[in-house]
Write a protein that binds this ligand. Structure first.
Ligand SMILES: Nc1ncnc2c1ncn2[C@@H]1O[C@H](COP(=O)(O)OP(=O)(O)OP(=O)(O)O)[C@@H](O)[C@H]1O
Ligand SMILES: [Mg+2]
Length: 265
């Protein structure tokens, strides 16, 4: 039988492709993708791209403030030129469809769309391409892993056990697809009502740490819940851009360091 991974070929000029996934929806993948991309850029002034591979519910155009913009075509190579915001190259299905239109995909269409995003976008020279995946363990990540070699996968999880069940599925998915797992990001790990008070648990603490330890999986960062993180997603200016020196901002920068060291750079 033909090995589906035989179709893999790197994107010319792109050094590392990092996929951000989760079993569960709404845990903060897109928020973390945007801020990680910015943090990687800030850390070493690297060239960073961000691919919104959530074809069903693209949310990055809103989060990064280019909702009604359309990418142009490079007349020479006929490739789509990603939009540039905050020094990051950005491509999303959201640039090509209306925000409130449902996007209905059949397998072959989805395969083609992912392929086009990887090969028919003028990514140029990039140190990192951060890929924001849709929730779950479905077709998009399978297609992605078949098409390009992924340098690493990151799983986003909230602290409670109900989220851990789904995070395990996402971890198993990366293992199954032979994508090296860089680790888990715990999001909304705690919450401070007032800045000078002790943090409280926003969700009941589950067995995440025990599970990670037992399975030798790194916890790359614990990102607190902060209303400004949520507000930044709405405003189109990413949190790290507005609050680079905040406690949470520093956590995003540390996350970028952990990712870089996981890639052995
Ligand atoms: N650390 C945080 N503090 C405050 N709000 C947060 C934090 N992380 C995420 N959010 C908010 O939670 C909501 C869900 O986040 P996000 O869209 O990034 O999740 P997602 O995993 O990408 O969701 P989906 O599965 O639908 O793609 C958003 O409104 C976002 O602003
Ligand atoms: Mg998302």
């Amino acid at each position: 039988m033909k090995n589906p991974f035989d179709q893999q070929s790197p994107i010319t000029g792109v050094k590392h492709i990092i996929a951000i996934g989760s079993g569960k929806g709404g845990v903060g993948k897109s928020t973390i993708s945007v801020n990680l991309a910015l943090a990687l850029k800030k850390k070493n002034n690297g060239r960073v791209g961000l691919l919104d591979a959530d074809l069903y519910g693209p949310s990055l155009p809103r989060m990064i403030g280019c909702l009604n913009q359309k990418p142009e075509i490079n007349s020479e190579n006929k490739k789509v030129i990603p939009l540039k915001r905050f020094g990051i190259e950005l491509m999303s299905m959201g640039f090509l469809v209306e925000e409130d239109l449902p996007v209905i995909w059949r397998g072959p269409m989805l395969f083609k769309a992912v392929d086009q995003f990887l090969k028919e976008v003028d990514w140029g020279e990039l140190d990192y391409l951060v890929v924001d995946l849709p929730p779950g363990t479905g077709d998009v990540v399978l297609t992605l892993a078949q098409k390009v070699p992924l340098s690493g996968g990151i799983v986003v999880c909230t602290p409670q056990n109900i989220a851990l069940i789904d995070a395990k599925k996402a971890l198993n998915m990366f293992a199954h697809l032979k994508v090296p797992c860089l680790g888990v990001v715990e999001n909304m790990s705690s919450f401070k009502i007032k800045q000078d008070e002790d943090p409280i648990d926003l969700f009941p603490k589950g067995q995440l740490d025990t599970y990670l330890k037992a399975n030798k999986i790194k916890k790359l960062a614990s990102i607190p819940f902060h209303p400004d993180v949520g507000l930044s997603c709405e405003s189109g200016v990413p949190f790290l851009e507005s609050y680079p020196d905040s406690e949470e901002g520093l956590v995003f920068l540390k996350l970028a360091e952990a990712v870089q060291s996981g890639l052995h750079i």
